[in-house]
Design a binder for this molecule. Structure first.
Ligand code: NCD
Length: 311
């Protein structure tokens, strides 16, 4: 049985990750047969930080499993009057809540909520810590494109994947590194020094590059990341134009990629900064596949963590 919280990929073994991929695949193949998994259950969508696709896909996933959404908006709630996180949630749970999906700017908030409420909790992104369902949907999207066997805990062996951009502030990158490494992929991280993860000791066996050009032709996939303007309190890059010139996935730079290599981006994109529009909308781009698969991946997590379904 899957644990009653899904807060970080770090520490989950490769067999459990394979089970989630397998369940995502089964759900994608036949979503109707899972339509009653959350029947009679209410999921609190507790988003204290902005979100478009993550929130919508968790809400859609809950509905498609037959559950009910209780939605929460931080800016119009009593959180803005100084109420603590656990007080707010303990009030809301009196309305009858069977599970919580939480996005919060502070790392560790999902664990705090799980400890304080005893309810099943799913992390939808906590600060710069982790975004585990994004890593699941990214691995799922790549695995489908590459026809991988999700039952094999080493299914990404031989695949070379670059994560390019603002790794320092990226919970998507951190969850993806743990996920893809656990299943055998070769990971290459590339960013200006000021945007690289500062403590790489948590991420052994990755290769770090200052610039993408040398290694780009070898990659099977490139995951570009948004420059997170809102998390930068000092100028860590000289200018967006310079960033684009040296690290952006421009039309020129993408010509170096090998035939069949694919491109991902978790969104939202800064078109013309970390990725050119022509590349984001090209044949090689899996960006809309990521959005589509996000619903199935989140259905599999909700089904496992709240619905107690085994793959
Ligand atoms: C990301 C996030 O919020 O962590 N987006 C997402 O969930 N798809 C990445 C970002 O904000 O750049």
């Amino acid at each position: 049985m899957f644990p009653e919280r899904f807060n970080c990929i770090r520490g989950i073994d490769s067999r459990a990750l394979c089970s989630l991929l397998t369940l995502s695949f089964k759900i994608k193949s036949n979503p109707e047969s899972y339509a009653g998994v959350l029947k009679g259950k209410a999921i609190l969508q507790f988003f204290v930080e902005n979100s478009t696709r993550t929130r919508l896909s968790f809400e859609a996933a809950t509905r498609r499993l037959g559950g009910l959404n209780l939605s929460f908006s931080a800016s119009t709630s009593s959180i803005s009057k100084g109420e603590t996180l656990t007080d707010t949630v303990n009030v809301i749970r009196q309305y009858g809540v069977d599970g919580i999906v939480v996005r919060h700017r502070s790392m560790g908030a999902p664990d705090l909520l799980a400890d304080a409420t005893g309810l099943p909790v799913i992390n939808a992104g906590d600060g710069a810590h982790e975004h585990p369902t994004q890593a699941l949907l990214d691995a799922f999207t790549l695995g489908i494109r590459w026809n991988l066997n999700f039952k094999d805990p080493d299914c990404f062996r031989g695949k070379k994947i670059m994560i390019l951009g603002d790794l320092r502030h990226s919970r998507v990158a951190r969850s993806n590194i743990h996920f893809l490494k656990a299943l055998g992929a070769e990971l290459h991280l590339c960013a200006p020094a000021t945007l690289m993860i500062q403590d790489l000791s948590l991420f052994p066996e990755v290769t770090v590059h200052s610039f993408p050009d040398e290694i780009l032709p070898e990659m099977d996939a490139v995951m570009t990341l948004r420059i997170q303007m809102e998390r930068q309190n000092q100028g860590v890059i000289p200018s967006l134009a310079e960033y684009r010139e040296f690290w952006g996935l421009t039309v020129e730079r993408a010509k170096q990629m090998k035939a069949g290599a694919v491109i991902l981006h978790p969104g939202p994109m800064n078109r013309g900064v970390e990725i050119d529009s022509e590349i984001a909308d090209s044949e090689a781009s899996l960006i809309l596949n990521q959005v589509e698969n996000g619903v199935f991946a989140r259905m599999s997590v909700l089904a496992s963590v709240v619905g107690r379904v085994d793959s």
